[in-house]
Design a protein around this ligand. Sequence first.
Ligand SMILES: C[S@@+](CC[C@H](N)C(=O)[O-])C[C@H]1O[C@@H](n2cnc3c(N)ncnc32)[C@H](O)[C@@H]1O
Length: 304
Amino acid sequence: MASVGGRDERHRPVLLQEALRALAPERGGWFFDATVGAGGHAEGVLEASAEARLIGVDRDREALRVASARLARFGDRARLVHADFRDIRRVLEAAGVSALAGVIADLGVSSLQLDAPERGFSFRFDAPLDMRMDVGSEAQTAAELLARLSEAEIARLLREYGEERRARLIARAIVQRRRGGKPVQTTRELAELVAALVRGGKGRTHPATRVFQALRIAVNRELDDLDQFIMQAADLLQPAGRLVIISFHSLEDRIVKRTFRQLAAAGRVELLTKRPIVPTPEETRVNPRARSAKLRALRKADQW
Ligand SMILES: C[S@@+](CC[C@H](N)C(=O)[O-])C[C@H]1O[C@@H](n2cnc3c(N)ncnc32)[C@H](O)[C@@H]1O
């Protein structure tokens, strides 16, 4: 389905067939899409069975607007809510849903966000350094974080969330600029500052890739309480319900793997993926953003 500007290619859901196989939506019932985004995975769930219904949440109102147009043909089988997935329990209570046939979370940032210059997620465009997924929220922007944190705190953030080896050097340069009365405020300023200090990764990655990832994770608190969300989601599954998580970097995947193992050790779930499922070379060729994706899935035990 080619279209102008390759739009459909860019918004192709990652690991769609693999996710649907693990989620088994043809069983029908209530599904929860924790990261509805442009609605690709949600559409796959709703297409699989007329008995499937879905609550989709996103903390990005623009994503909900796109998803709501895409899912309109399913009528009231699709309900969209502006929420953080860590509020899953509250969202389900408000919807009067007590047990789920399946949950899917396709973590991280969307193409919609990365490709919108004004959102400040990408070094490909010059824009204010914002990076908030929920632009209406009180959360601090990336520029505000860099203006407020100490040099040591910036270095820790870059090391922990970006696994950036030159974290201290970059943090020092950011703080020096700030002391000189020129705080980093735009994507281009940050990308140029990093490029002057660090070489690019192997292959084609831009030298600032890790720094941008780290800031995005910090601004949106992406790793905070991810384990709690997984525990709650597992709790809310009906017996034999499925949970599918797609992650995009090792920090996330480590949390998913550890939490899944804890649940399995307690006898509450069966792991459907002993090793994570990764995209085929063909998918990565068509959609380079899929290249670091890892899918893990579990099935709740019958008697819980
Ligand atoms: C990779 S995209 C999802 C794409 C979607 N599966 C599709 O097929 O179009 C991730 C989405 O999750 C949202 N998101 C990330 N963290 C969130 C959170 N804690 N709560 C709610 N939404 C979140 C982002 O705003 C983004 O729209």
